[in-house]
Write a protein that binds this ligand. Structure first.
Ligand code: GAL
Ligand code: MG
Length: 945
């Protein structure tokens, strides 16, 4: 047995876990808190020597051939080894605690100087994150070892240091016993991927520091000397804060505590807050029930892997605040300390989760099986108890002083066993006032001592049942709204439910950012790196892209999480304040009445509405005309320094119906086509295929290919299950084969004033799923009226979409529309948009989802002007440079080839998006599920655009 396989030997000479802090040499410096100014702190980040070995047994006594590497980094991001993405399956046999015989090893080395003064002090070295097991040597002498990739390891190195030049060597192996506890769903990376630094401490230094900050006072455990500062001013009576300003995520007020023994000055930012769970199962901060508008955050970066710099983290958290997020679950391991400092300061509630996931135990015998209290599982095996409890202890002790932490979480997807009970017991014994969460508790129906009931991916309709359970613990969705690819589409519906029940305290979206790794300039995922087990693009499931650019799903989250909700009944607007601690009077509420895209009235209000309260306001709508053409809307927005919330309501104003007077059809014909000629236009209608195939206006070709009635869309990641009922992929038995569509024309009658086409649509090898009658009329200006009446078979699966596809010349790719914009939107993913006038181009409509898929739809559209054609009606549309076939088959963005035409869809309806990539099936009301369809729109060729 190798040392790193021996659970009793994996951590040697580790200092006991203490609270995270940086000691300073003066109170002034401590108060400022720039750790680089501390004489006692020396960051060892930077260039290190590096030698990589395929097998750890090949590491020689003396390495002569050194390369270079930057610390922190993952060695796979620096050209050694390759990234490996696997979700549940372990990347090696499940034979704990043993790992493969050939275990890669990276050896790191660098020099540093120790001054005379430093030598007199006690030197410590701190590693914030190393994957997986490592051994530390100073000046060639073994110091100790550690593991627990995302946890802190500190060693006392005083006795190894010499005045002058010193060498540190760190041997890191890829796998260790601990790797069995790190089977999270992510790219597997290795190396020293977080900060490494030295601390020169007093000989008799202050060890652990525990601060308690209630809503009344701030105290430090033990007999330690401390001062409390408010805004740089020392408080006279330490501890007792007069008129304290409490901490919450909306108003994150912090005091500074400096603990000192006159040699070291140790600052902490402290927030005064108390957490309580009420009898009703509410989650209360400072006596106020709150909702957690959360997200799961993994440390992921397309070129840096697991390493996120302080700036990267700050960017993430600021972006979260912009998206109205107030909570992060640190899925599924603790973050680097800077993360919690930022959450304290910027205001984010944190569910701090320790570095444990053993999901691959479910699949170790092939198939899928959770077994609770089962000896074969490490969570039940006594030999693993210390490994479990210490991972919990190392998180709790390191992070305990952060006001942002509102739950401790025991890890993820690890079954349930006695070692979980032991972890809970540990946390209970610490009496820190922070509730315990573990998603695995639901496997034993929450019959353990957790404070929160939690689940993942339950469907919206069952939330009410969870709310009704007779159990006064809150219910939390630790994961929901799986944001893979185009999505999530259902986050709004979840939150509407959460707000209805006191004990539904919200949840965390899965997940923050796409995990990708760049190869040859392309964003890649599982399977692109020759993995033996991989889960394809299941890692690209973020609500923001890997580079943190926003997508429609990001903005949909922003809308679902926003601080107001409004309803409009008649002329009464009710504004509900969804904030937990903010009065709406801190913002301006703008009301705009917009008719046919024109602003007709604007009001600005400052409404005094306390958190969770509402106010009704009667609008004066005398400005509304009796009739309009495109529609009238009330746009409500909440504005501070910028807009933070927006809702649009449809106002009651009759939309005048444009009269359509069909003309007698004048045409020539051959045995396949009829040629209709007007003043400045000519149309070719194909009677064999039952639709127009050419439109020429003023000698300009506006349409040169047959218009098709189709139902296919390139499956989104959220269609990854339903697509097997929709189209032919691996098996040819289960689907309606919508992607192999045959259009049949039974009859095409060219009558005096209309053309009537009776036909059907069927997938190859299937009976027709739809029978339709298409009627076409033309008025005296050449305007075409298209009417589709269809019946869809009773047992037919809901359609991806239903509508017409036009291929128009590429020169016509820029367009304008009146509908929902400007980002793409779908029936269930549209709360981030409002109906209005917008312009765009086919190129701008493209959304670079990691695996190409359906995108770029616009719903609630009344008008579209493109390439000389004006479409009017009530429809959805899509303009793209790519065919749905191209988008269906491309696996990476670089495989996409633009079509020679621009592809325009004018759709009756497009199915919503949902989050079925991991979550429940698409909510019924967002499916194209109707059995009869009546759809009408006009195409005007003489409108300007
Ligand atoms: C959950 C799991 C996450 C992630 C997600 C799918 O079951 O907790 O870690 O794997 O599924 O993306
Ligand atoms: Mg998992």
């Amino acid at each position: 047995m190798r040392k790193y396989e021996n659970l009793t030997k994996v951590r040697e000479n580790l200092s006991p876990q203490r609270a995270y802090y940086i000691p300073y040499d003066t109170a002034e410096k401590a108060l400022k808190g720039d750790k680089n100014s501390s004489k006692y702190y020396k960051l060892l980040n930077g260039e290190w020597g590096f030698a990589y070995f395929e097998r750890d047994i090949d590491v020689p006594e003396k390495i002569t051939d050194w390369g270079k590497i930057t610390v922190p980094s993952c060695w796979q991001s620096k050209g050694y080894d390759t990234p490996y993405y696997t979700n549940v399956n372990y990347p090696y046999p499940v034979n704990a605690p043993f790992v493969p015989d050939d275990n890669p090893c990276g050896v790191y080395a660098r020099e540093f100087t120790v001054s005379k003064e430093e030598k007199k002090r006690n030197g410590f070295i701190v590693f914030e994150g190393v994957s997986s097991y490592f051994e530390v040597f100073i000046n060639g002498k073994y110091v100790g070892s550690s593991e627990g990739s995302h946890l802190q390891s500190e060693f006392n190195i005083a006795k190894f240091l010499v005045e002058g030049e010193n060498t540190i060597t760190v041997k890191v192996v890829k796998w260790s016993a601990g790797s069995y506890l790190e089977d999270q769903d992510f790219f597997r990376f290795n190396g020293i991927f977080r900060d490494v630094y030295l601390l020169y401490r007093a000989k008799n230094n202050i060890g652990d520091i525990e601060i308690t900050a209630t809503t009344k006072e701030i105290t430090v455990k033990g007999n330690l000397e401390f001062d409390v500062y408010d805004n740089g001013e020392k408080l006279e009576e330490k501890g007792k804060v007069k008129n304290p300003i409490l901490w919450n995520a909306e108003k994150p007020y912090l005091y500074t505590v400096i603990v000192s023994n006159k040699d070291e000055f140790i600052p902490f930012k402290v927030g005064m807050r108390e957490i309580e769970i009420s009898d009703k199962g509410e989650f209360k901060i400072n006596q106020k029930p709150i909702k957690l508008r959360g997200v799961n955050h993994h440390d992921t970066h397309p070129t840096k892997g697991w390493y996120l710099s302080d700036e990267d983290l700050e960017k993430d958290i600021k972006l979260m605040k912009y998206l109205n997020i107030n909570c992060v679950r640190t899925s599924h391991y603790p973050k680097t300390p800077k993360f919690y400092e930022l959450c304290d300061e910027l205001g984010i509630y944190v569910v701090d989760e320790t570095d444990i996931e053993i999901h691959g135990y479910c699949t170790r015998n092939s198939g899928w099986q959770y077994q609770m209290y089962n000896e074969e599982w490490p969570c039940q095996n006594a030999e693993w108890k210390d490994e479990f409890v210490s991972r919990c202890e190392r998180m709790v002790e390191r992070d305990k002083n952060h006001p942002c932490i509102i739950m401790w979480s025991l890890g993820n997807e690890s079954g349930y066993g006695a070692n979980h009970d032991a972890m809970i017991e540990y946390i209970r014994s610490r009496k820190l006032g922070v509730p315990v969460h573990f998603e695995g508790a639901n496997l034993i129906e929450d019959k353990c001592d957790v404070d929160i009931r939690s689940k993942m991916y339950v469907d919206v309709s069952s939330l009410k049942d969870h709310a009704a359970v007779k159990d006064n613990r809150p219910f939390f969705l630790c994961e929901f709204s799986h944001s893979m690819g185009n999505g999530p589409g259902d986050v709004y519906d979840y939150f509407e439910e959460f707000y209805k029940y006191d004990n539904l305290i919200g949840g965390c979206i899965w997940e923050w950012a796409d995990h990708t790794a760049i190869k040859n300039g392309v964003q890649c995922y599982g399977g692109d790196f020759g993995e033996q087990t991989d889960d394809g693009n299941f890692c690209a499931d973020g609500m923001v892209f890997a580079n943190r650019e926003l997508k429609a799903g990001s903005m949909e989250v922003r809308a679902a999480y926003q601080g107001i909700n409004t309803t409009l009944i008649g002329d009464v607007l009710t504004i509900y304040n969804r904030f937990d601690f903010t009065n709406l009077k801190e913002y301006t509420l703008n009301l705009e009445v917009v008719v046919d895209g024109k602003l007709v009235k604007k009001e600005e209000h400052i409404f005094d509405i306390a958190p969770h309260e509402s106010l009704s306001y009667t609008l004066d709508l005398s400005c509304l005309p009796k009739e309009c053409s495109l529609g009238a809307f009330l746009n409500v927005s909440l504005v501070g320094t910028s807009e933070i919330a927006m809702v649009q309501h449809v106002l009651e104003a009759e939309r005048a119906k444009e009269e359509f007077i069909p003309e007698k059809l004048v045409y020539e014909k051959d045995n396949e086509k009829i040629y209709i000629k007007g003043e400045n236009y000519s149309y070719t209608f194909n009677t064999h295929y039952g639709n127009f195939e050419k439109i020429v206006v003023d000698d300009k070709v506006l349409l040169d290919e047959l218009i098709k009635l189709t139902v296919w869309r390139a499956p989104t990641d959220n269609d990854r299950r339903i697509k097997f009922k929709w189209g032919i992929f691996e098996d040819n038995l289960s689907a309606q084969n919508f992607n192999m569509l045959f259009s049949k024309v039974y009859s095409c009658d060219v009558l005096e004033k209309e053309i009537v086409v009776v036909g059907s649509l069927a997938g190859v090898a299937r009976s027709p799923f739809m029978k339709q009658t298409l009627t076409f009329k033309i008025d005296k200006n050449g305007k075409i009226l298209v009417n589709l009446k269809a019946t869809i078979g009773e047992d037919i699966v809901y359609l991806p979409r239903l509508g017409f596809e036009f291929k128009i010349p590429k020169t016509a790719e820029s367009f304008s529309y009146f509908g929902r914009g400007e980002m793409e939107n779908y029936l269930d993913l549209c709360h981030h948009t409002k109906v209005g006038y917008y312009s765009s181009t086919a190129k701008k409509e493209y959304v670079p989802y990691i695996m190409p898929q359906e995108h770029g739809n616009h719903s609630s559209v009344r008008e579209l002007k493109i390439g000389g054609l004006t479409f009017k009606g009530d429809f959805e549309f899509n303009v793209s440079n790519f065919t749905s076939e191209m988008l269906t088959h491309a696996m990476h963005t670089n495989e996409l080839i633009e079509d020679k035409n621009t592809i325009v869809r004018v759709d009756y309806k497009v199915s919503g998006i949902g989050s079925n990539s991991c979550g429940p099936e698409l909510i019924n009301e967002y499916r194209v599920n109707e059995k009869t369809v009546d759809f009408e729109f006009t195409i005007d060729v003489n409108g300007k655009n």
